[in-house]
Ligand binder design. Structure first.
Ligand code: PLZ
Length: 454
């Protein structure tokens, strides 16, 4: 038996450059995809059927030798870049010490250290507690469980265009039917939906959006549900899957104030927006919001599955011992990865990098929107940017145009994702470490794709 494990088997360095050598997907990816279809359930979709050989920084290398510019980050996960050396080293080191004990069986310091970091980093300087879980949906479910115990109330209020997960409760909280809900009912009870303050689509126009959306939410809570029945209002500070909707300024602070006045727990779902993505450590900070509870996942684990609920100690501690948990909740390898990822975000100035990405890309995308009728709006914050495609001269969503732009980008070696309740939004989620030249190159590809529409 060998007793030495080397950790310095470094993978070859990936030059941070786009390279298209075959069609995308190429022949080897196509062959592997054909095998996949024989083995993997059809219900798991895929944006781009390309098989990955290696990923580093902002480049994904496929099995045909193509180098794709990663504007997806595995859906806002690898904010520190794919396979960041500090994350990889922390994972290897922890995997050699121990891979798992279950925190509910025996304790380990990584879990406590991640909790301490989250208590420090999330908005507000009140006394906080954190509970770790594995997936984003689990964090949202647990935030609702905690709010229900703390308030003794059943109802949850969510927004149009919301995305909170695929489990029964979080699927019920998610807005969009196909593909997330169709056929999967009956849904969890006591979920109520208010309009989202979506400036581009607000019937009364963007100026009236915040105030009118808030009035509608208050009306829903006060007259239809009854404030005394509402445990929590859950909202994404920038809606992700629903279309990168930046809420009209003032809406969320109004919601938080209304919640406080009625003893309702305000939960910010920062699963997609957290950890520097929007140019602040948490997107709530852009409006000075201090939520009662914050859910995090994705970028928290630097690529390993880890999620959390962090918030007011009195609420978090309302659940008695044994009420929260999960076999893998706060797995030690994932905690080691998270501590490394958080250190990278703080020490390498990635929050500032996200702001620089916005400064580099957003004005350019807005000029493109001005020049192109099919582009209804370019929007976003930090490195969470989007293009909403519409039928020229209208605000009617054009999902076919979004698919065409995405297909162009994919063929040219730029990995973009589509989102939006109507599937008509191209979203950009580059790793925060993306080099400016590489981002410029990817933006040129996107610009060509949009111009080609006309
Ligand atoms: N809350 C705000 O963005 C996950 C979904 C991918 P999980 N978004 C990506 C897909 O189609 O399944 C997400 C989110 C917000 C919750 C979640 C759920 O996080 O880790 O996917 O459970």
């Amino acid at each position: 038996m060998t007793d030495t494990i080397t950790t310095d088997q470094t993978a070859p360095e990936v030059v941070q450059r786009r390279l298209v050598q075959t069609a995308v997907p190429g022949p080897r990816s196509l062959a592997l995809h054909a095998e996949r279809e024989q083995e993997v359930a059809r219900g798991l979709g895929v944006t781009l059927p390309v098989f990955v050989e290696q990923a580093q920084g902002a480049i994904v290398v496929d099995v045909d030798g193509n180098q794709l510019v990663d504007l997806a980050s595995g859906i806002a996960v690898t904010s520190v870049g794919a396979s960041h050396p500090r994350v990889a080293a922390a994972v290897a080191e922890q995997a050699q010490r121990f891979t798992h004990t279950c925190f509910m069986v025996t304790e380990y310091d990584g879990f406590v250290d991640v909790a301490r970091a989250l208590n420090r980093l999330t908005p507000g300087d009140h006394e906080k507690r954190t509970a770790l879980f594995t997936t984003g949906a689990e964090a949202v479910e647990n935030a609702v469980k905690i709010a229900r115990v703390a308030t003794g109330r059943p109802a949850v209020v969510v927004l149009d265009h919301a995305y909170h997960g695929r489990t029964l409760l979080t699927m019920s909280m998610t807005a969009r039917n196909v593909p997330y809900k169709a056929g999967f009912g009956p849904f969890a009870p006591e979920v109520y939906r208010a309009p989202s303050a979506y400036p581009f689509r607000w019937p009364g126009g963007p100026e009236r959006c915040a105030q009118e959306a808030l009035a509608r939410l208050e009306e829903l809570v006060l007259t239809q549900v009854g404030a005394e029945n509402v445990a929590a209002i859950v909202a994404e500070p920038i809606q992700g899957e629903g279309g990168f909707v930046v809420p009209a300024p003032g809406f969320l602070p109004g919601v938080a104030e209304f919640a406080r006045a009625h003893g309702i727990v305000f939960v910010a779902d920062e699963i997609q927006t957290g950890f520097g993505r929007t140019g602040a450590m948490f997107a709530c900070e852009h409006e000075g919001l201090v939520p009662d509870l914050v859910t995090t996942a994705k970028a928290l684990g630097g690529g390993l599955p880890l999620s959390a609920v962090t918030g007011r100690a009195d609420l978090m501690d309302a659940v008695g011992p044994g009420g929260l948990g999960g076999t893998y909740a706060g797995n030690p390898v994932a905690c080691a990865a998270a501590l490394a990822a958080i250190a990278v975000i703080e020490e390498e100035g990635l929050v500032e990098r996200a702001r620089a990405i916005e400064a580099q890309a957003l004005p350019r995308l807005q000029r493109l929107a001005d020049a192109c009728d099919a582009l209804g709006e370019a929007r976003g914050r930090g490195a969470m940017l989007a293009l909403e495609l519409v039928r020229p001269g209208t605000t009617e969503p054009d999902p076919a145009a979004a698919r065409a732009v995405a297909a162009h980008c994919h063929a040219e070696g730029v990995l973009v994702l589509v989102c939006g309740t109507h599937g008509n939004v191209i979203r950009l989620l580059p790793p925060l470490v993306i080099e400016p030249d590489l981002l410029d190159d990817a933006l040129e590809v996107i610009e060509r794709g949009v111009r080609d529409l006309t």
